[in-house]
Write a protein that binds this ligand. Structure first.
Ligand SMILES: NC(=O)c1ccc[n+]([C@@H]2O[C@H](COP(=O)([O-])OP(=O)(O)OC[C@H]3O[C@@H](n4cnc5c(N)ncnc54)[C@H](OP(=O)(O)O)[C@@H]3O)[C@@H](O)[C@H]2O)c1
Length: 341
């Protein structure tokens, strides 16, 4: 079978398609073997290739998300059966592969009407968006949310889920050429990177917004807190400010760590009467998987009723992994980049 590996921490040259033998047919009691039909690319794949993932390091098989058909199951697997269609998360990598052996708890059933590409696009983005907006962000009808990265996989999902509540206003930031499409997706006010987003948001809503989703971290965290009205919340989701070139050097990482210091302080939270939260989906899915099934059910109902649908930016073959990666790194994607097996 084929799989995509990063041979060492580094740039595009480290990406290779390898041919290896099929996984062993002997499964652990709670394991499931899945025939992968499509895999979803996440920004985390870039961190993994660069050796910045806290969970696994090159040399490794990349990929934390895929979708496929269950081929075999371990003897204690209860909820999944052979032939089921599942969306799989794999935070130790391995999803960019023709087959993956994983735990039952990493598999979520997907309906017949969902294509393989959509099934590979929906799980990480929509779970991240849902958890950020509702349990963590506490978004209510008629409130205002500001999201960075509104054209990315998570931002796309954030917009659609926020709009499932009546009267919510979404302010979204993305490259200017993506504005028409994100507005069609529900963004009410689109901002681009040449605009002073703080000034623009203050003009739109002088008292501040109820919720900011911050994918940048570093110095951005201070700005995001300043955008909140009292009782507002900032949810920290990512560290795009860590990104630099094809391969982040140690100096860059040090600068980033320095820029994060003292961005969230007890005094600021207290004096502004705001809340600050963070989400690490990998930790939730790995250590608290029982949180997921009811939310997944809600998401699948919203999908079946036509309220949410992931946007597929482009579909690539395994052999085109460098081109697919560049779409994300060059900030070209609108929605999800898919690898077809
Ligand atoms: N906390 C969690 O559990 C969790 C889970 C999933 C994702 N995330 C985070 O959420 C963010 C979005 O993730 P995603 O997988 O949906 O990726 P994505 O949004 O598809 O990422 C690509 C997009 O990010 C934007 N971008 C902004 N700054 C960038 C930079 N410095 N370099 C490259 N692109 C940049 C670009 O669009 P524009 O320039 O047009 O905005 C680009 O098209 C990431 O920070 C990711 O780590 C967190």
């Amino acid at each position: 079978m084929r799989r995509i590996v990063a041979t060492a921490a580094g740039g595009y040259k480290t990406l290779k398609v390898e041919h290896v033998s099929l996984p062993s047919s002997v499964l652990g009691p709670k394991q499931v073997n899945v025939q992968v039909h499509a895999a979803g690319m996440n920004f985390a794949d870039i961190y993994s290739r660069q050796g910045l993932s806290p969970y696994f390091q090159p040399p490794c098989t990349l990929g934390i998300e895929c979708a496929g058909m269950v081929l075999s199951i371990g003897e204690q697997v209860k909820q999944i059966k052979v032939g089921d269609r599942v969306a799989v998360t794999s935070f130790l990598g391995g999803a960019f592969s023709e087959q993956i052996v994983t735990e039952e708890s990493s598999c979520s059933p997907v309906p017949e009407i969902m294509s393989w590409d959509e099934a590979a696009a929906i799980k990480i983005n929509y779970l991240t968006a849902y958890l950020s907006l509702f349990p963590l962000g506490g978004l209510q009808p008629h409130q205002t949310v500001f999201t960075h990265n509104a054209a990315g996989g998570v931002g796309w999902a954030v917009t659609q889920l926020a709009k499932t509540l009546e009267g919510v206003t979404v302010i979204g930031r993305a490259s200017q050429e993506k504005h028409q499409i994100i507005q069609d997706n529900g963004v009410d006010h689109a901002l681009h990177y040449d605009q002073d987003h703080v000034k623009e948001i203050r003009q739109l809503t002088p008292n501040g917004v109820n919720l900011v989703l911050d994918m940048y971290s570093g110095s951005s965290l201070r700005v995001s807190q300043d955008l909140l009205k009292p009782f507002g919340k900032m949810v920290i989701l990512g560290a795009l400010n860590l990104m630099d070139k094809e391969f982040a050097n140690p100096e860059r990482i040090e600068q980033f760590q320095e820029s994060v210091k003292d961005t969230v302080t007890a005094a600021n939270i207290l004096n502004k009467s705001i809340g600050v939260a963070g989400l690490n989906l990998a930790e939730i899915l790995t250590h608290h998987p029982s949180v997921i099934p009811p939310i997944w059910k809600t998401l699948m109902n919203l999908y079946e009723d036509g309220h949410i649908s992931p946007r597929l930016d482009s579909v690539w073959r395994f052999e085109e992994i460098v081109e697919a990666t560049k779409i994300l790194e060059d900030r070209k994607n609108i929605g999800k980049v898919i690898l077809k097996v």
